[in-house]
Design a protein around this ligand. Structure first.
Ligand SMILES: [Zn+2]
Length: 346
């Protein structure tokens, strides 16, 4: 299935059917359905008789194998945490959010075996930025000498984090952001009526907004906003303590609301504040425009920018935090400092 905003890249890509590239890099902001696109394109490549628009027929032998999840020539290299049934029994370690080198080693063995179903094999790597440099180098070897008929589809929201050597081996397909009207229409059709606030918070990415809606994002968002607006009089350390408990709460972690996501929201909040400070409009929390105007007035431009840059660094290190409470305190103290009246006009 592709989404309405993906029609143009789809048409251009299926037009290359006679000579498809051996490796594609599908890139674009998270939450617009790039993986669905990659799956649809893999189906197209494997299908024996795609329809006039290039969509897989759904009935040929290849499609039947694929639809029963048994196609030996469709291989997915995705983090254990993203797999349909991640091993998460109590007592076991959490499934990895990284693509581990063992997965690429197994892939190499699978690709070395002949006697598969068709002339084409498709490997989906998603998200490609979830590979560390060892894993990426192992994949690079396969990209450099691809087995006959093998097509690699790398999916990435952060293509700049990939090794330049990996990028240069791929034909790059950047996806533009969906038009706001198309995003809103899709969200409404998929049970997200009235979720304009979540769509804005998701940077206008409809699938990300739908996922947020599913995890009761409206309530989480409301709590996030009211806690930030309570500072001052409440201080950063106090709110950090509350947020630490919030992240640990059963319903919060079950919903998938993590430290990384909380920092992402914070980045967006400070982005809106900075935009307001510079005379622009809030993009992620448009309903808080009045609050931003009030909060941003005493702050200095340089202090806001410093805070934003610090948050980017905190976000980078946040997938393996040593101490969540300290990360939250650091983040909120920097934020509180940025909002304090600037001593000298800058
Ligand atoms: Zn088919």
């Amino acid at each position: 299935m592709i989404h309405p905003w993906q029609r143009d890249p789809w048409q251009r890509l299926v037009a290359t059917r006679a000579r498809p590239a051996h490796a594609l890099l599908l890139s674009g902001a998270r939450g617009q359905g790039k993986r669905n696109f990659a799956e649809a394109y893999a189906a197209h490549l494997l299908c024996s008789r795609p329809d006039e628009h290039g969509f897989a027929c759904g009935t040929c032998a290849q499609c039947c194998l694929r639809l029963s999840d048994n196609h030996p020539d469709l291989l997915r290299i995705i983090p254990a945490a993203d797999q349909a049934e991640p091993e998460s029994a109590p007592g076991k370690t959490k499934p990895s959010t990284q693509i581990v080198i063992e997965q690429v080693r197994q892939l190499r063995e699978q690709l070395a075996v002949t006697g598969h179903q068709s002339d084409t094999r498709v490997v989906i790597v998603d998200p490609a930025e979830a590979m560390n440099s060892n894993t990426a180098n192992a994949l690079l070897k396969l990209l450099e000498e691809p087995p006959e008929g093998t097509r690699f589809l790398l999916v990435s929201a952060m293509p700049r984090r990939l090794l330049p050597t990996i990028r240069s081996r791929c034909q790059h397909w950047p996806f533009p952001r969906p038009e706001p009207a198309a995003a809103r229409a899709w969200l409404r059709e998929h049970g997200g009526a009235g979720d304009d606030a979540l769509l804005a918070l998701s940077g206008n990415m409809p699938l990300a907004a739908a996922q947020l809606a599913q995890m009761d994002g409206a309530r989480l968002r409301q709590r996030f906003i009211s806690d930030l607006l309570s500072m001052p009089p409440r201080d950063a350390v106090m709110v950090a303590g509350d947020w630490d408990a919030w992240l640990r709460a059963k319903d919060t972690s079950a919903a998938g609301f993590t430290l990384v996501r909380l920092i992402e929201w914070m980045l967006r909040w400070v982005w809106d504040l900075s935009a307001t400070r510079l005379g622009g409009q809030a993009r992620y929390f448009p309903d808080c425009q009045t609050d931003f105007t009030r909060l941003a007035a005493p702050a200095g431009n340089a202090a806001m920018l410093d805070c934003y840059n610090a948050l980017v660094q905190i976000h980078r290190a946040a997938s393996h935090p040593l101490n969540v409470r300290l990360v939250l305190e650091d983040m909120l103290l920097r934020y509180a400092r940025a909002l304090a009246p600037s001593r000298s006009p800058r």
